[in-house]
Write a protein that binds this ligand. Structure first.
Ligand code: IPM
Ligand code: MN
Length: 361
C-alpha cells in the first residue's frame, strides 16, 4: 500500500521472459517501460534471467537456489509466461511460477477486470462502465500448497489426497489488504468475499469469520458475501455489481479467467503477485499462457504484458508514470487495434509496442 512504498531510482527490474511467447510480449513491456522512464525522468534497469522450459531441457534446472537469491535483490520481477509442451504439466508451473510466488511470499494476486473503451466483450449489452472491478486472490495457500500424496499409486486401489490449507494469518493478511485496497481505490467502496461456506464448512468458515471481524475496522467499506458458483453467474449477468472481490487461491484462479474473458481476453488481462510488506519483491505478469502456436510469429498481443508493466510502476511508487501508461494503453486499444485476439490485431506484436510508446506523447 502507498504508505510503505518507497520510490526506487533506479528501479531495478528482473526480467524472466520464460516460455513460448513470453519473451516476445515481455520485450514490448520492457520497450514501453524504457520509454515511460525517459518521459517521466527516472532510471529503470533490466536484468534478464534465463529460466523456463529451454533451460530445464538443457540443464535439468528449474529455479536454482542461487538464482532465487539473486532475484530477491531486485525491486520487482517482470514475468512473461511459464509452460512448455515438451515438459510434463506442473513441472515448470510448480517449480518456477508457484515457487516464486511462495518463496517471495507474494500473498496477494491482484487481477483487475476492466473493459477498456473500444475493446469487445462477449457480454451482450455491457460496456466499460459495467465491467470495472478487481479480484484480490490469496496467493500462497489453499489447494496450491502442494500438500498430499498417493497410496497404492498405479493400482486399482489407488488413493490420491490433495489437501487445501487455510491459516488465520494467511487469510487475515489478504483480507486486510483487500479492505485497504478497496478504500484506496475509492470507487464503490464495496468489498465482496467469494468462497463456498455452504460446503467448505471448516476452511471457508475461517475465511468468513475473519472477513467479518476485519470488516468491523472498516466501517466506510460496504461488504457482501457470494458463493463462488453464484459469483460466476453475477460476473456474467451483473458485472457492474462488483467493485473489489477478495477470494481464496483456487477460486481466484478460476474466476479470474472468467474475468479475463469478459474484459476482452487473455491478450489484455494482467496480474500482480504482490508482497506488500516492506522490502517485499513483487512479480508482474500477463495472465495468458505461453501460447506455443503463436511463438515467434509476431501475432501475440503484448497489451497484457505492457499492462503488467504499468502495474509494476504503480506498485513501486511511480503512480504518475503508471497512469500515463494506462492512458496510452487505452488510446491504442480504443483507437488503433482492430481486435485484442492474437493474429487479428491489425498490427504485429512489435507494432503494438511501438504504438503504445507513441501514445505516451
Ligand atoms: C495463473 C495460472 C497459474 C495458477 C498456473 C500456471 C499454475 O493459471 O496464474 O492463474 O494456477 O495460478
Ligand atoms: Mn489461472
Amino acid at each position: 500500500m502507498p504508505s510503505s512504498v518507497v520510490v526506487k531510482n533506479p528501479l531495478r527490474v528482473a526480467v524472466i521472459g520464460g516460455d513460448g511467447t513470453g519473451p516476445e510480449v515481455v520485450a514490448e513491456a520492457v520497450k514501453v517501460l524504457r520509454a515511460v522512464s525517459e518521459r517521466e525522468g527516472f532510471q529503470i534497469e533490466f536484468t534478464e534471467f534465463d529460466l523456463g522450459g529451454e533451460r530445464y531441457l538443457r540443464t535439468g534446472e528449474i529455479l536454482p537456489d542461487e538464482e532465487l537469491e539473486r532475484l530477491k535483490t531486485f525491486h520487482a520481477i517482470l514475468l512473461g509466461a511459464v509452460g512448455d509442451p515438451r515438459v510434463p504439466p506442473g513441472v515448470l508451473e510448480r517449480g518456477l511460477l508457484l515457487r516464486l510466488r511462495f518463496e517471495l511470499d507474494q500473498y496477494i494476486n491482484l487481477r483487475p477486470v476492466k473493459l477498456y473503451p473500444g475493446v469487445q466483450t462477449p457480454l451482450a449489452d455491457k460496456g466499460p462502465e459495467d465491467i470495472d472491478f478487481v479480484v484480490v486472490r490469496e496467493n500462497t495457500e489453499d489447494l496450491y500448497a502442494g500438500i498430499g500424496g498417493w497410496l497404492k499409486k498405479g493400482t486399482p486401489d489407488e488413493v490420491a489426497i490433495q489437501t487445501a490449507i487455510y491459516t488465520r494469518k494467511g487469510c487475515e493478511r489478504c483480507i486486510r489488504w483487500a479492505f485497504e485496497y478497496t478504500r484506496k481505490r475509492n470507487k464503490k467502496k464495496f468489498l465482496v468475499l467469494v468462497a463456498k461456506t455452504n460446503v467448505l464448512t471448516y476452511g471457508h468458515d475461517l475465511w468468513l469469520r475473519t472477513f467479518q471481524e476485519v470488516a468491523k475496522q472498516y466501517p466506510d467499506i460496504r461488504t457482501d458475501y457470494n458463493h463462488v458458483d453464484a459469483c460466476c453467474m453475477w460476473m456474467v449477468k451483473n458485472p457492474e455489481y462488483y467493485d473489489v472481490i477478495v477470494t481464496t487461491n483456487m477460486f481466484g484462479d478460476i474466476i479470474t479467467d472468467l474475468g479475463a474473458i469478459i474484459q476482452g481476453g487473455m491478450g489484455v488481462a494482467a496480474g500482480a503477485n504482490l508482497n506488500p510488506d516492506p522490502g517485499g519483491v513483487s512479480m508482474f505478469e500477463p495472465m495468458g499462457g505461453s501460447a506455443p502456436k503463436y511463438t515467434g510469429t509476431g501475432q501475440i498481443n503484448p497489451i497484457a504484458a505492457i499492462t503488467a508493466g504499468a502495474m509494476l510502476l504503480e506498485f513501486n511508487g511511480y503512480e504518475q508514470a503508471a497512469q500515463r501508461l494506462y492512458q496510452a494503453i487505452q488510446v491504442v486499444t480504443g483507437t488503433k487495434m482492430k481486435s485484442q485476439a492474437a493474429g487479428k490485431m491489425g498490427y504485429t506484436t512489435q507494432q503494438v509496442g511501438d504504438l503504445v510508446c507513441e501514445a505516451l506523447g
